[in-house]
Design a protein around this ligand. Structure first.
Ligand code: RB5
Length: 143
């Protein structure tokens, strides 16, 4: 499975930690930047990650900014993207089980790195439940 990663400067350090972690876990990673802590505009990176997932260049994506919020808003502008800001273990699990989130958004200024990696693992290792949730995901996809 290939995971697209993107961040702004506020999420750069966390993105780098996630990249190392995913590589250790045997995932292929598509790093869409940014590549330093120099200030950049998060909309561009959220959009790039969304487009990589929708085009099939990557199977799923993880975006990081200071809070996870701005870059998630950008990713969600791409039709078919269900990007979820995740701040705890329950959210990481449920956004896969019920929303089949194809991107999660994490805040580099919100989460401790080790905890963020745990959230990534929970999201990746949880299965989508389908059933009535598939109907709701279909409704989202049609918007
Ligand atoms: C950048 O300073 C900050 O606004 C950004 O990383 C993010 O938190 C926006 O939602």
């Amino acid at each position: 499975m290939k995971i697209a990663l993107a961040s702004d400067h506020g999420g750069f350090a966390l993105k780098e930690a996630i990249k190392a972690h995913l590589t250790d876990r045997g995932y292929e990673v598509l790093d869409l930047g940014t590549h330093s802590e120099e200030s950049v505009d998060y909309p561009k990176y959220g959009q790039a990650c969304g487009e990589a997932v929708i085009s099939g260049q990557a199977d799923r994506g993880i975006v990081c900014c200071g809070t996870g919020i701005g870059i998630s808003i950008a990713a969600n502008k791409v039709k078919g993207i269900r990007a979820a800001v995740v701040t705890n273990e329950f959210m990481a699990e449920m956004t896969k089980r019920h929303n089949d989130a194809n991107i999660i958004a994490l805040g580099g200024r919100v989460l401790e790195t080790e905890y963020a990696l745990k959230l990534v693992d929970i999201w990746l290792d949880t299965e989508f439940e389908g059933g009535r949730h598939q109907r709701r995901v279909n409704m989202l996809n049609e918007m």
